[in-house]
Design a protein around this ligand. Sequence first.
Ligand SMILES: [Zn+2]
Length: 164
Amino acid sequence: MPFCSTAARSPTWQNWVVKPIRAVFITHAHMDHIMGVPTLVRHHHASPHPLDLYGPAGIAERVGHLLAGFEWNLAEPTWFTLRVHEVLPDRILHFSFPGPERFRRHFAGEEERQSREIWSCPYLTVAAEILDHKLPVLVFRVDERPHFSIDAAKLEQRGLVAGA
Ligand SMILES: [Zn+2]
């Protein structure tokens, strides 16, 4: 998911089949790009899987402020952990917001940035670059990996044609 605005709740999106979200990429913290984070947490909190959120410098503090605006006394030990990653020019800072701990922020280390790539899965890689939008913002490049292996001989045997 490349942004976290309220557009994700628009009627247009309500008919979509949404697969489990593994990572969210936020360009910057202007209101229209970050105000959907509490809604995202609300819809993901019962998941057993952590969720990774990538953003520019300072994003963890802002996410912390957003989540601190709610009461979490009903938090369950099974709630997910939001993992926030701040992408800096030379390194990535890691923070965690464990649901069972009412989404309080913890610094979870840092790593040197070896390349533009910041996230990958078997289907996609995501690279980030820092640009200026009167503040540092991230721009993302998403590349789809060739994850479908089509056996051309078997297709031909069955009289099928590969899709475009
Ligand atoms: Zn903006």
